[in-house]
Ligand binder design. Sequence first.
Ligand code: ADP
Ligand code: MG
Length: 284
Amino acid sequence: MVTVSESPRESGETAETADRADATATHDTDYPLRVEGLRKEFGGITAVDGATFEVEAGSLTGLIGPNGAGKSTTFNCITGIYEPTDGAVYFDGEDVTGLEPYQVAQRGLVRTFQIARELGEMTVLENVMLAPRDQRGEALWRSVTPGVRGGVVEQEAEVRDRAWEMLEFFEIDHLAEEFAGNLSGGQRKLLEMARVLMTDPEMVLLDEPLAGVNPSLENKLLDHIHDLRADGYTFLLVEHDMEVIMENCEHVIVMHQGSVLAEGDAEDIRSNESVIEAYLGEDV
Ligand code: ADP
Ligand code: MG
């Protein structure tokens, strides 16, 4: 079994990390992610309207809500893709509101991305090897003294080793030389996960990671998520299949019209009148 948490995390550290240590002293380390009064407007549309919640360390927390509830926009505000109109996002006690995506990723908070069209023309192995650069900016690579060619080669070998480890963990190593564009929907989702884990995150946001995945791969993906969680990773999962959420997440947050309507365990959510109403008769 691969120990996925073993990786060159320290090499991504920068001077900013020292500031983080100070901020961390005062925050509740049991809840690394805290979203406070988050608001995002697009022109006249309020996509997120004062969402407030926390995610517990080492948990697999579900984020659900009807279509248009603001889940994806919340993810994008948390990870720096969108700048929130108002409110704040704290990670490990540090205010990360409005930081660039690579800066948020450097702190260990990432979301998965669909494989871009250009990446479809690269092999699966290349896709995974490139991931740290994509997500973390140059910081990870700056640790290598410029001009010291030996160091670069050494680091490249390290990245390659870790990439293979990821491919083996997700059982797509036999596809290493395949073009990413030729993968099935499910294999692509595994590659997306492998890419995001290459950055050695602390917490991963998954936005419908099972969409277009066949049932056997779906179970495999969920098993991987559980294994990684046992290894110390924290997950926030958006998934429209309520059964999947209820069976796999120990804590569920329900969004409705841009804010948090309810939260609790599966039983709490199933029996919550306002949740049932929000879904207007859909099976909860
Ligand atoms: P969910 O992921 O819960 O289905 P979204 O966050 O995608 O919901 O969307 C919330 C609301 O914000 C929807 O009404 C949607 O149409 C709107 N919205 C999302 N992104 C944009 C955007 N880039 N521009 C304008 N409106 C948007
Ligand atoms: Mg969405």
